[in-house]
Ligand binder design. Sequence first.
Ligand code: ACM
Length: 639
Amino acid sequence: MKPVYYRLENSWNPNGGPNGEFTFTLFNLSDETLSGFKLVYTSLTRVIDAAACGNSTFLRRNANFHEFGPPAGLSVAPGESWTFTVAGLHRKAQHCTDGAKSAYLTLSSGKHVPVAVSDLLLEGATSEPPPVLLPEGRLDLPFALQPWPAEIDAKPGDDFPVVLYPQGASSEELSSISTVISLTRRLFESDHSVFNLVPSPQGRALTFSKDAALDAEAYKLTFAADRVTLTYSGAAGRQYGLTTLAQLLNGARVTKGKFRFPISGTISDKPRYGWRGCHLDVSRQFYPVADVKRLIDILAWFKLNIFHWHLTDDEAWRLEIKAYSQLTTTGVLRGPDEPLLPQLGNGAEPVGGFYSQDDIRDIVAHAGALNVEVVPEIDIPGHNAATLIALPDLTDGQEAPDSYHSVQGYPNNALNPAVALTYEFLEKVFDEMVELFPSAYIHIGGDEVANGSWLASPMAKKLMEEEGITNGTFGLQSYFLKKVKAMLTARGRKLSGWNEVSHGGGVASEDTLLMAWENPQVGIELAKEGYDVVMTPGQAYYLDMVQATAFQEPGASWAGTVPPAHTYAYEAAGEFPEELQHKLKGVQACIWSEHFLSRGYFNRLVFPRLPAIAEAAWTPKALKDWDRFAAIVPLSPKL
Ligand code: ACM
């Protein structure tokens, strides 16, 4: 790692202005005097009033990229520092991750050099002790199962088999065991294998039985001293039965005594919901193929069956489209001298990253072998700053710049429904996507189009007149999304999107599944309008939300504080009227990655809330038990 010769410290004073004030201090730890430089930092707490900055000059901002100059003539000698203040913030800082996420200097030579940053300190307060988020828990039955099964009536044995081995298995059954052996070995690399294809004298035989009356995802396990029988009807149920055995034996082995393996009895299991999802935002931060596959492994371990892959956003378009190679060149590279500026933890070095079509096929096959369906998302029409920088022909050249801003602070970032090329572009993108992704649904985003978008576009104004669209931005959005829906229907796919797809007239509800993220009530409204619904409310299922109120807790807080106990207790079906229950297709965790600058942040926030959602997706309400969950979840694999 290269040495870093500069460090930026930052703190926030709640009393410094309407939304408080940052104090930044840049230390020069190099052996040369600094002068004629500029400082860039990225921060989700944005400056909106350039005049409210002290001992510095605000130069420019793009979303969370901020550039400042020192006062005229200032130089910083080795060992010295420069302190400046920044008020005029668009909101208060609430947590330690709300300050500078990264920084760099542009020297007078034009060279960019890295600056180390620390988490944001709160002025005038001492740190509180870290909150206890997970109690020790309690076990009524000593089985390491997560999610907890629908029915269990099994007696723990005093000992456990060294290994389980198949007897009389078909080649498909052998292959399914092999898949679960590999899964378990990837997740718990140094632990002993749970299954062995060769019989072992200290092992226990595993026999299979088929029962067409079971649902495809259901299974039954019957335990006896000399054998275990797995009954199933489909590949998914067979895999879930084997995963249950792997969890039981692995738990009994690694925490001997606390967890045990059944000697008799049965487990009869099936999921509560058909859609058991987890989303990952790979635009704000890039996750290499190996990390994506490991996350999918973790989903399979917890019997989740949907990987919702958020492939595009303002910060980058990560999906290779052969017809538009610019999307994954210009559209991914963020750097000081690139069209896309550094954001969300980027510094002096340009960073990119995308998934080639070979990578995609590899990941889709990996997931498919584990009965996880990959639902790809391209987020349109909003959240397209990167797309429009890569493909400027998609803009209305007559639209005033900065005529609207997204909630994340991006100017003019939505695909324009009045530009004919927009539809040509999307037709080609969908053509390539349907070749890559076999999923029933394609997710098209549809969220957070800023009210006022396109209203300064002469082409959009003309379209509104021609089409008789009188309800502004959302009327245009509905016009656009109806065309998108038709494109998907023509390709034999169904439309999935975020809850705002319903705005301004929405799209036909048939074969449309919307994700209620803004709050739980929205899900019920969507169901009333006839849409199928998956519940992903930020207040319970957004895994980037902070887990406690203390300032030093990392994460976002716009949807509140979401401790694991709350995520676990939340009931998606809670307020759904009886007659709308059939519209509720399932639940989903969302991993938005603005704050996930490292694996450390990822694991700290995603676990144990991801397994909590997996249990909500699978286990009947009457069997949910926070104390049991807390006792088992420390065994969870992490990224
Ligand atoms: C979202 O969180 N904008 C779907």
